[in-house]
Design a protein around this ligand. Structure first.
Ligand SMILES: Nc1ncnc2c1ncn2[C@@H]1O[C@H](COP(=O)(O)OP(=O)(O)O)[C@@H](O)[C@H]1O
Ligand SMILES: [Mg+2]
Length: 637
């Protein structure tokens, strides 16, 4: 997985989690908000419906009150003019569109039935409204249940209109009955008074609610103004007699009104049994509604039916779906933006890293000139700076190394040239010098002891010998003969060298300390040549001490285990920095003419080099000098 993918994925994960949480919470809020709103609306609608229903009772009451006060009724009762009563009551019944209009005398006995005049003379005193009107002398109105025989008396057609067979639905409360013969009526009763104010009778009347759609349609028109949603009535109203739908504008599949079905058991329990309103979603006939039910009570405050209003839920579910879609859309858009931004940010981080990778590759290929340009003020910028610093350090070291190698090369070339030159010169001078010495010696032998020229000749011998020494040194330096190697102990050679030199006057005040390792192996060396190296270095040390001082000689195996180290340290005058570079050059000497030839170290350097070893010097002016000679242990020729 690339760094970019990792960055983008982690970014997206955060966004998706946040988005999901926001969506779930948001949708929850929206859904409950919309449902609450719908339920509030349906509760208000139910209030309006109740108002319209109560108003219907008031209207019937008002009609009966006014009719009961009519002059002709009082007159006709007093005069027993049945024919006029029949005619007038029927006219009023039609005009006021009442289903029932009946007059009784002051004992409750029926005098005239407007719709069914042939049936009369029986007592209606048992009727709750009639008896109350008689006793209280006031107009009484209410919803009532009218038994079939009562309906038959008033009008056989009404009994027919009220009759309903139950249509079974799965949710309805099971019932042993299969039909409904009684009817539910809005009914009022008004006392009729004679001219002297005495009670003369009761006029009662009203409307059957079964299959009478005036009220429910008025509710629909008033509350919902006939508003339709996707071709369906958005609001519906229903009147139940008990749990039976007797008047509704909920439509069946075939378009007819859905009467004859019964309310669900849940609603039955809540509204009819407990007498409490019920507001929730309900599946009515074939659609979901947000529904509100409340009990309808009779004059004795007993529950005899239900008033229902419902709003099509579809409108609200569509609203909810739309809100959710918008919400999801916003979340998805947010994710898309986040993805673009994260990609952009990832680029911001990755670009400099790529540049660093490229720079490292350049460096690996040996391009020390390449510099990364990272101008950011953060850790990456710092990394870039460090990288550039590293490159410049590498470059510097590389240059120093080149310079050093160059110097070494030049030095060995110079030494080689010098060697050849010296060899030639020495060779040429050696023979004449030999002749000079030989003839001078001959002359000295023949000369008398007190000859005045003798001193001069002796000086010639001295100087010529010195020349011979120089020439010998030159030849040593130039000879560059391969060492004749054999297995030898370095310690033994050192001991021998020291025993040869330590009795010289030069070492009179020099304390010699030795720390020679007892575990050194024999190594392949040319004993004479190595002894010469030790001699040269030890003599130089003694000369540097000039008086009292210390000379210490140490041998050991090097830490890498592949060579022997011989360390010779003195407490002499030390070597200045500038001279330190030159001491191995032939003829470099700081000593007065006649004492130093400047060849000792040059010769030693050559010998050690031919043994595949090295010589190192450390020195501090005024304190002393240390020479370290390293000779390889596995030196094969
Ligand atoms: N142990 C030492 N202490 C101080 N200077 C030294 C030492 N060894 C060598 N030198 C310096 O190195 C120079 C070269 O030494 P070398 O080649 O032996 O020539 P020479 O001894 O003939 O001068 C000496 O002249 C001296 O300046
Ligand atoms: Mg010397």
């Amino acid at each position: 997985m690339s760094l970019r993918s990792k960055l983008v994925v982690s970014f997206l994960a955060v966004i998706i989690i946040c988005g999901l949480v926001a969506t779930v919470v948001g949708m929850q809020l929206i859904c409950t908000g919309i449902i609450n709103q719908a339920q509030d609306k349906v509760r208000i609608d139910l209030n309006s419906a109740r108002h319209i229903y109560k108003n219907e009772i008031h209207e019937v009451k008002a009609t009966l009150r006014l009719t009961a006060q009519r002059f002709f009724i009082k007159n006709a009762i007093l005069e027993g003019d049945i024919e006029t009563l029949k005619m007038e009551l029927e006219r009023i019944r039609k005009r006021e569109s009442l289903d029932v209009l009946t007059l009784t005398d002051e004992t409750g006995r029926v005098i005239v039935r407007a719709q069914n005049p042939s049936v009369n003379d029986e007592s209606q005193e048992h009727d709750e409204l009639v008896s109350r009107a008689l006793s209280s002398r006031e107009v009484i109105g209410a919803t009532v249940i009218a038994a079939r025989e009562e309906l038959l008396k008033e009008d056989p057609d009404l009994a027919e209109q009220a009759y309903m067979q139950f249509i079974t639905t799965p949710k309805a409360k099971p019932s042993p009955e299969t039909e409904q013969t009684s009817g539910m009526m809005i009914k009022a009763a008004a006392p009729v008074f004679g001219h002297d104010g005495s009670l003369a009778g009761v006029l009662y009347g009203g409307n059957l609610l079964n299959r009478n759609y005036n009220i429910v349609d008025e509710i629909k028109e008033t509350v919902y103004q006939g508003f339709k949603y996707k071709g369906k009535d958005i609001g519906t109203a229903t009147i139940f007699q008990g749990d039976l739908r007797i008047s509704t504008n909920v439509k069946k599949e075939d378009g007819g009104r859905a009467i004859g079905t019964r309310v669900s058991e849940e609603v039955y329990e809540q509204v009819l049994v407990k007498g409490q309103p019920w507001i929730d979603r309900a599946y009515v006939v074939n659609h979901w509604y947000i529904a509100a039910y409340e009990p309808i009570k009779d004059i004795k405050d007993e529950i005899i039916g239900i008033l229902y209003v419902g709003i099509l839920e579809e409108k609200f579910t569509d609203m909810r779906q739309k809100a959710v879609a918008i919400f999801l859309g916003i979340t998805l858009a947010g994710m898309a933006v986040a993805m673009i931004v994260s990609n952009f940010l990832a680029n911001g981080v990755l670009q400099p890293i790529k540049r660093l990778v490229f720079a490292s590759q350049q460096l690996a290929e040996g391009n020390l000139e390449y510099e990364v340009e990272l101008k950011s003020n953060d850790e990456i910028g710092e990394l870039g700076e460090t990288f550039n610093f590293m490159v410049s350090s590498l470059k510097e070291r590389d240059e120093r190394l080149k310079e050093y190698t160059q110097q070494q090369l030049m030095k060995s070339e110079r030494l080689a040239t010098l060697g050849q030159l010296s060899a030639g010169v020495a060779h040429e001078i050696n023979n004449p010098l030999g002749a000079v010495l030989m003839y001078t010696h001959l002359s000295l032998e023949e000369m008398k002891a007190d000859d005045p020229h003798r001193m001069n000749l002796e000086k010639v011998v001295g100087e010529a010998t010195r020349c011979k020494d120089i020439v010998k040194g030159l030849l040593d330096f130039a000879r560059q003969t391969e060492p004749k190697v054999e297995q030898l102990f370095v310690n033994e050679i050192l001991e021998r060298t020291l025993s040869l030199v330590e009795n010289q006057a030069l070492f009179q005040n020099v304390r010699i300390t030795k720390a020679l390792s007892g575990y050194l192996p024999k190594i392949m060396i040319d004993g004479n040549q190595i002894q010469q190296v030790f001699t040269n270095i030890i003599l130089n040390a003694a000369e540097a001490i000039e008086g009292e001082g210390e000379l210490s000689v140490t041998t050991r195996t090097a830490t890498d285990g592949e060579s022997i180290e011989i360390e010779i340290t003195d407490t002499g005058c030390g070597i200045s920095k500038e001279n330190l570079e030159k001491i191995f050059d032939p003829f470099f000497s700081t000593k007065e003419v006649g004492r130093g030839t400047g060849l000792g170290l040059a010769v030693s350097f050559g010998i050690v080099a031919r043994h595949k070893g090295t010589i190192d010097v450390k020195s501090e002016q005024g304190k002393g000098t240390t020479f370290i000679i390293r000779l390889p242990i596995r030196y094969e020729v």
